[in-house]
Design a protein around this ligand. Structure first.
Ligand code: UDX
Length: 414
């Protein structure tokens, strides 16, 4: 397997064993496969494509400025380069998340540029979660393959053969169906999260506990217990972008996707509203207050800051007058240029020093078992706003904290 990128610096680093992102287990996996001669990195696209049976397009499809639609210029650009280099029957697979119809366009681009070229275009959407990507790849719930020809299906079947041993369902569909399945999956998961977030707001008003509600509904097999964890709103490189792109596709086709549109809107507002919670918890003003922030990335086990709730919360706290101290186990290098005027700390304990409140934004494991007595002693006052519900209210009250979480009763203090 050969990985190709235009960025020579990135390829040089990969060849030196340096992984450009933080993903648990990836470095070891890459090292093992490089030393076994199964994996290499290069900038030479033509040579790699010419010898390949299957070429995966895995370039970015960022939200286009202005209209929120997926920017397909990288996909189309690489399709042209692939067209120029094709040699013998090749399956061109789109892994990038692309709107319905893109596969057909890629096929047309290649066909027009290289009339008579022997190829098929296949859609094979990606369902990996960052931070759990290797496990998700090795043990997927399903593999979706959108292909028109039996020859292409056969190449894909052989490629995924190792997964047949663990009886992974492999779903063969049309190109359009596979493309839409990816957006529908991400939009549904975003809807599930947003649903439980709104239920959490109601729980706070009526004195119910959202964790119990989530369990109570999740045990119903028709609903399922996953992705019902209330929090500060979803972030990351997929849900915000993909929900918007699906809504745009719906608009273009004259089919309004009102649920997904509303989910995206609620989530945006929610991320911004989290700062208001902190301000209210601190008595309505953050002037001369110090706020300690634990966790900045959009989720744990990644250094990715894309669409992270912290990007809304931290500046809003600063605007309200707070001095912000922050720490993230892996995300600080990414976060620093995005969040000015923050005091960066070396660990959770250094962060909470003289703070008027500590806010947990990302549920890294190392925040789950803090020495609460030590945290309390370091802070100016023992106030915790836990936006990920990683502590139990009873235990926080016992430790002498005023503790506010999401969708659960406030405990401690006055
Ligand atoms: C997601 C999809 O899960 C994956 O299938 C797809 O391939 C890419 O997009 P990812 O963005 O890596 O993966 O992370 P995910 O674990 O889905 O979390 C996304 C966001 O939702 C995070 O901000 C997370 O904190 C939030 N989330 C997730 C919740 O707030 N509650 C939940 O119950 C689950």
């Amino acid at each position: 397997m050969t990985c190709v990128d235009k960025d020579a610096d990135r390829i040089a680093k990969l060849n030196a064993g340096k992984i450009p992102i933080f993903e648990p287990g990836l470095e070891q996996l890459v090292e093992n496969n490089v030393s076994a001669d199964r994996l290499s990195f290069t900038t030479d696209l033509p040579a790699s494509v010419a010898t390949a049976d299957a070429v995966f397009i895995a370039v970015g499809t960022p939200s286009r400025r202005g209209d929120g639609h997926a920017d397909l210029s990288y996909v189309y650009g690489v399709a042209e380069e692939i067209a120029d280099a094709l040699d013998g029957y090749t399956v061109v697979v789109t892994k990038s998340t692309v709107p319905v119809g893109t596969g057909r366009t890629v096929s047309r681009i290649i066909g027009e540029r290289r009339p008579g070229a022997n190829f098929d275009v296949v859609s094979n959407p990606e369902f990996l979660r960052q931070g759990a990507a290797i496990g998700d790849f090795m043990r997927p719930d399903r593999v979706v393959i959108g292909a028109d020809s039996e020859r292409a299906r056969d190449v894909m079947r052989r490629l995924y053969r190792p997964l047949y041993l663990i009886e992974t369902p492999i779903l063969f569909t049309s190109l359009e169906t596979a493309e839409l399945t990816k957006y529908a999956a991400n939009s549904f998961l975003a809807t599930k999260i947003t649903f439980i977030n709104e239920i959490a707001d109601l729980c706070e008003k009526v004195g119910a506990d959202v964790q119990d509600v989530a369990r109570g509904i999740g045990l119903d097999g028709r609903i399922g217990s996953k992705f019902l964890h209330a929090g500060p709103g979803y972030g990351g490189s997929c849900f915000p972008k993909d929900t918007m792109a699906l809504v745009r596709t719906g608009e273009e086709c004259g089919t309004a996707l009102r649920i997904v549109a509303t989910v995206a809107e609620i989530n945006d507002k929610r991320k911004r509203a989290m700062a208001t919670r902190v301000i209210e918890a601190c008595g309505g003003s953050l002037e001369h207050k110090t706020i300690a922030v634990l966790g900045l990335t959009f989720k744990p086990n990644t250094d990715d800051m894309r669409e992270a709730p912290s990007l809304d919360i931290v500046p809003a706290l600063q605007t309200a007058g707070a001095a912000v101290r922050a720490y993230d186990p892996e995300g600080m290098a990414e976060a620093e240029p995005l969040l000015p005027d923050v005091v960066w700390c070396r660990d959770a304990y250094a962060t909470v020093e003289n703070a008027d409140a500590v806010v947990i934004i990302t549920e890294w494991n190392e925040f789950r078992l803090l020495d609460l007595a030590r945290v309390k002693a370091l802070m100016r006052q023992p106030l915790m706003i836990d936006l990920r519900n990683i502590y139990r209210p009873v235990e926080m009250a016992e430790a002498g904290f005023r503790y506010m979480s999401v969708g659960r009763p406030v405990v401690g203090g006055n």
